[in-house]
Design a protein around this ligand. Structure first.
Ligand SMILES: Nc1ncnc2c1ncn2[C@@H]1O[C@H](COP(=O)(O)O)[C@@H](OP(=O)(O)O)[C@H]1O
Ligand SMILES: [Mg+2]
Length: 353
């Protein structure tokens, strides 16, 4: 049996089920939203997806730790949001009964739901097994009806071993034209699940497939020259500097406009060859990137044949707790482009000092 086969299966089904919940929440406009202490939004979808995924992990791997983005403290007193999360959970089931069973079935009651959400409080670290979970990455994209991703990765002794991304608003077709705009995907079936196991390649498949047994291998593309490359970057200018990115593109002779997209959908997109370069350039020197914003995507791009470093050219270090405190930013590109892109990144950033 391939390594981590059960982990990959459980992670894929758990992400599929959680993605379904987020889509329901969006379509039923159950959009109760709060602001967290850092002023970022959190929705019924974030809490519900975190509860469902953690319940599935705890059923299958009871000894594993979980580093999840959300915590349940604000749900303890807010009965309105809490009951909306509970209703979303109760009405979300996979259509395959056997898959539901593999995940351990639904959550029993509101107390169990709160306990599941709270179980994402692990501090991670360099030893043993833990899961890094972002129930909705790109919550701002989710609220806008744009791109977002449900992200889950297994980290063992500091190495990312399994990564899964559920991207409900990206086209299923790996060859579809690269755009963040959902209306451009008109005529394309949407909803894709990206996955990778370290040393065993990366895949994509339709999120709507009942049993998730049709993965296809994906590969990064190498454009004929740097000037033909397509960049992607965050929609939010305070997550990644659009100005620095434009200066780097200019230096490399790239004339195509960048594709702006929320969430780890950017990692999935370049891994399937829809786009060639992903840059995340620090805006604030004090911000520490969160491990759940990168773990799944970093493995998927690496397994699709890409190179991912920080802006200094260092590998991302997932042993440092809940954040990537030893790294700044992201430079992800096809193998033949990465060295030139990194050089341009450093020249542009150094010139600003
Ligand atoms: N100042 C900052 N710099 C970089 N990333 C930031 C940031 N503030 C918030 N983020 C992160 O950026 C993520 C979204 O990434 P992107 O810009 O690629 O869509 C957010 O995830 P959530 O949406 O899960 O909160 C959040 O964790
Ligand atoms: Mg996130």
């Amino acid at each position: 049996m391939a390594p981590y086969a059960k982990e990959l299966r459980v992670a894929s089904l758990a992400v599929q089920r959680a993605t379904l919940l987020t889509q329901r929440v969006f379509h039923e406009k159950v959009k109760g939203t709060e602001l967290k202490s850092d002023k970022s939004p959190v929705t019924i979808g974030d809490y519900g997806a975190q509860a469902l995924i953690i319940a599935a992990i705890r059923h299958n791997f009871p000894d594993d730790a979980i580093v999840g983005e959300e915590d349940s403290s604000s749900l303890q007193d807010n009965t309105d949001i809490r009951s909306q999360v509970w209703n979303a959970i109760k009405s979300t089931r996979l259509s395959s009964e056997s898959a539901e069973k593999e995940l351990g079935g639904s959550i029993k009651n509101e107390q169990a739901m709160l306990a599941a959400i709270s179980a994402g409080s692990s501090t991670g670290g360099s030893k043993g097994r833990f899961w890094a979970l972002d129930p909705i990455d790109g919550t701002k994209g989710f609220l806008r009806g744009g791109q977002y991703a449900v992200c889950l990765a297994l980290i063992v002794d500091g190495e990312i071993e399994v990564g899964v991304l559920g991207c409900p608003n990206l086209p299923v077709d790996d060859q579809a034209s690269f755009s963040a705009d959902i209306s451009d995907a008109e005529g394309h079936q949407r909803g894709v699940l990206f996955a990778a196991v370290r040393g065993h390649g990366a895949t994509s498949q339709a999120l709507s497939d009942d049993d998730l047994k049709q993965p296809k291998a994906i590969q990064m593309k190498s454009p004929p020259s740097l000037a033909d490359a397509t960049f992607c970057e965050s929609v939010e200018a305070d997550h990644s500097s659009h100005g620095d990115q434009a200066a780097i593109a200019n230096k490399l002779g790239i004339t195509k406009p960048s594709v702006r997209m929320d969430s780890q959908s950017k990692y999935g997109s370049i891994a399937r060859g829809a786009g060639d370069i992903y840059l995340r350039l620090p805006v604030s020197q004090s911000y520490e990137e969160k491990i759940w914003d990168h773990a799944a995507g970093v493995l998927i791009v690496a397994e699709a044949g890409g190179i991912i470093t920080d802006i200094k050219g260092k590998k991302h270090d997932f042993t440092q707790g809940r954040t990537l405190k030893k790294n700044k930013g992201v430079v992800a590109a096809a193998k033949n482009l990465h060295a030139d892109v990194l050089k341009a990144v450093q020249e542009v950033l150094d010139a600003k000092q």
